[in-house]
Design a binder for this molecule. Structure first.
Ligand SMILES: Cc1cc2nc3c(=O)[nH]c(=O)nc-3n(C[C@H](O)[C@H](O)[C@H](O)COP(=O)(O)OP(=O)(O)OC[C@H]3O[C@@H](n4cnc5c(N)ncnc54)[C@H](O)[C@@H]3O)c2cc1C
Length: 424
């Protein structure tokens, strides 16, 4: 039997491969890069583990719970909440249910009002109602309007929601689909925000290790994709029972002539230091909106394996438009802002790396997540997967990969029941 050919070894391609393999369907995966993982990667620099673009896993992700074996990832939790820098001071906004002792500090924080705190609980119970799928059937509007209509004050939206969800969607203006917001808000409420002890790259590694080595081909870009074959960039042609294009959106547009996918860029600057600037393993936010750093974390405070003994690694995350500023002026601006946040200790920080991710996430405006618009098989009979087909997240990428594998198997069953598929 000809194999199913999967183009792209990010989480979508890997999960597609996992499901096919579990069902004894032979496959060949072609990945342009030198390893699997795509946008989820961890680079080791001088014994520091740097996630290539700061990111986290939500334990409540429904697809990830099935596709991944959480215990083997040794997941380490962030503090539930965030701390916001505003008017020259830090303000703690903790989850009162999980951190009841921090309730007085959270109530006293100069971000929003007491009513805003109460609305948060109300919003949580609203997004927890019904199935996850039902969130995507609700009328769609931009996130900012959704929050305004829910009754949150402008102060709370600008001081908390804006920087927090800028970090999640990489969207400067809260223009993202409210469906995506509701989904993520539910995930924050229903589980923990975690990173694997040895870095986010452990997630694709776990998936890769479950696959037969001989089916995986690295440094092998695909130049053309058709329903029954692919042409590799080196000119070889590989016949296929079915072809799944599981690349990022811009690459899929090029390969398949799909409409262009608008994406968001982000830049992460990693610094090494002896002393963490934060007193707990929490995400710190720019509540002033002046940037360039929107959110900051110290992953080594969450998992000590991210840095050598007695050292820390700091991830400063910049979104558009500042994410597009050149290295030298950006570094200068970041250090000036960090000095406002943390004072003289910043002088001891040592830059490890600047990671620039041009196509970090597809933008997800209202209407984006209409399931009917995103089938796993195109009219051309090429199958597709990738976060741009689903929620732009680890969970969405995994889900799209599973759906593509299921669609391939379903089409195979149908064809087997009718007549043998012509192969060449
Ligand atoms: C900085 C950053 C922060 C993020 N934060 C979070 C977060 O906190 N939580 C969360 O859930 N999600 C987050 N995400 C999103 C999440 O990482 C992605 O949605 C997900 O990893 C996308 O997986 P994918 O398989 O769809 O695409 P990709 O990971 O882009 O994989 C596509 C693969 O296809 C390969 N490829 C492309 N063209 C070809 C070709 N012609 N031939 C062969 N191979 C090809 C690429 O090399 C790549 O390996 C973040 C993303 C970034 C970049």
């Amino acid at each position: 039997m000809l194999p199913v050919v999967i183009v792209g070894g990010g989480l979508a391609g890997l999960n597609c491969a996992r499901v096919l393999h579990k069902n004894s369907v032979p496959f060949l995966l072609f990945e342009a890069g030198d390893d699997c993982g795509g946008r989820v990667a961890t680079e080791v620099v001088n014994d520091y583990r740097l996630d290539v673009g700061f990111q986290v896993l939500h334990t409540a992700y429904p697809e990830a719970r099935h596709a991944l074996h959480y215990p083997s990832l040794h997941l380490q939790k962030f503090y539930p909440g965030a701390q916001v820098f505003r008017d020259g001071a830090w303000h703690l906004l903790a989850d009162p249910l999980r951190k009841p002792l921090s309730a007085p500090a959270t109530l006293a924080a100069r971000v929003g009002t007491v009513k805003d705190r109460m609305l948060l609980a109300h919003l949580q119970s609203e997004v927890n109602r019904g199935s996850v799928e039902s969130l995507f059937a609700r009328a769609d509007i931009p996130t900012r309007r959704r929050l305004e209509e829910f009754g949150f004050s402008k102060d709370f939206i600008d001081g908390f929601f804006r920087p927090f969800y800028r970090g999640v969607f990489l969207d400067p203006d809260l223009g993202t689909s409210r469906r995506m917001f509701d989904f993520m808000f539910r995930m924050f409420g229903q589980g923990d925000v975690v990173i694997p002890a040895k870095g986010m790259g452990m997630i694709p590694l776990q998936l890769r290790l479950g696959l037969p080595r001989h089916s995986l081909n690295f440094k092998t870009p695909v130049a053309q994709a058709h329903p029954d074959q692919v042409k590799l960039a080196d000119g070889r042609v590989v016949g296929a029972r079915a072809v799944v294009v599981a690349t990022d959106g811009p690459a899929a547009s090029q390969l398949l002539g799909l409409p262009p996918v608008k994406t968001r860029a982000t830049t992460t600057l990693h610094f090494a230091t002896n002393k963490s600037p934060l007193s707990r393993p929490i995400i710190a936010l720019d509540g002033e909106g002046e940037g360039p750093v929107n959110h900051l974390a110290v992953p080594s405070q969450v998992s000590h394996e991210y840095a050598p003994k007695a050292c820390h690694v700091i991830a400063c995350n910049v979104i558009e438009p500042a994410a597009l500023v050149a290295d030298e002026p950006l570094l200068k601006q970041v250090l000036a802002q960090m000095t406002r946040w943390f004072g003289k200790q910043v002088e001891t920080w040592h830059l490890l790396r600047i990671h620039r991710i041009r196509h970090a996430l597809p933008s997800q405006p209202p209407g984006w997540l209409e399931p009917a618009d995103r089938p796993a098989v195109l009219p051309s009979q090429v199958f597709v997967a990738g976060d741009y087909r689903s929620t732009a997240s680890i969970d969405g990428a995994l889900r799209s990969g599973r759906l593509a594998a299921e669609a391939v198997m379903l089409s195979g069953n149908r064809l087997n029941a009718q007549e043998p598929r012509p192969v060449r």
